[in-house]
Design a protein around this ligand. Structure first.
Ligand code: PGA
Length: 246
């Protein structure tokens, strides 16, 4: 039985005051049956780490560099994140693929850099609306995951995969549980061909997950939790989603 995982992706939101309030409320809500983590903007990570000391919530970053160190202005390395006790790092979120032209190979290299410092990369894959309508969903997500499988080889079992259809992110249009499950099953089959540990790997769903649709999504056999954007910024909503993953 895979333990469910719910990760809040705060994106470029928050302030020191707002983050402190949000984390206080999440801690107040108490431990969850599911594993819970929050991915905060880089400047706040040290604050978040301090606030979550001793709490049952872990934390992660939203991106990391594919490089170890050096002349990469503006980038944050996996080793820097690891120094602060970072647990997860999102790689290949569709907003990074779209706004920062991240290629499948760069995303795979970032996952490799993260693993080298014992961070768990959360590899995001997902098709755009145009790709779905053109019947390319399977080809797109398989291509995205395949770059990571080839680059990590036997270490692939150490990543978390997040299926996030681009058309469902921040739009209020959630994939139906059946649509999401169908893609999760494809991804699981692809992982099975690469590692005998595929059955233990977590595949999260993301894209307009809310308190009222989380339980049915999480009840699907290959959906092991969620990557939550907008609803992760409100303590009551995020807590309800974490409870739905019990
Ligand atoms: P959303 O974002 O929940 O606001 O749709 C999810 C994500 O981008 O990770």
């Amino acid at each position: 039985m895979r333990r469910k995982l719910v990760i809040g992706n705060w994106k470029m939101n928050g302030s020191r005051v707002a983050n402190a309030e949000l984390l206080a409320a999440l801690k107040e809500a108490g431990p969850s049956v599911a594993e819970v983590a929050v991915c905060a903007p880089a400047p706040y990570l040290a604050d978040v780490a301090l606030s979550l000391q001793g709490a049952s919530i872990s934390w992660g970053a939203q991106d990391c560099s594919a490089f170890e160190s050096g002349a990469y202005t503006g980038e944050v390395s996996a080793s820097m994140l690891a120094e602060f006790g970072c647990r997860y790092v999102l790689v290949g979120h569709s907003e990074r693929r779209a706004f920062h032209a991240e290629s499948d190979q760069l995303v795979a290299d970032k996952a490799k850099a993260a693993l080298a410092h014992k961070l768990t990369p959360v590899v995001c894959v997902g098709e755009t609306l145009a790709e779905r309508e053109a019947g390319q969903t399977e080809a797109v997500v398989k291509r995205q995951l395949s770059a990571v499988i080839h680059t990590l080889a036997h270490c692939i079992s150490q990543v978390v995969v997040a299926y996030e259809p681009v058309w469902a992110i921040g739009t209020g249009k959630t994939a139906s549980p059946e649509q999401a499950q169908a893609v999760h099953a494809l991804l699981r089959a692809q992982l099975k061909a690469a590692t005998e540990k595929a059955g233990e790997m977590k595949i999260l769903y993301g894209g307009s997950v809310k308190a009222d649709n989380a339980a049915t999504l999480f009840a699907q056999p290959d959906i092991d939790g969620g990557l939550i954007g907008g609803a992760a910024l409100k303590a009551a909503d995020f807590t309800a989603i974490c409870r739905a993953a019990a």
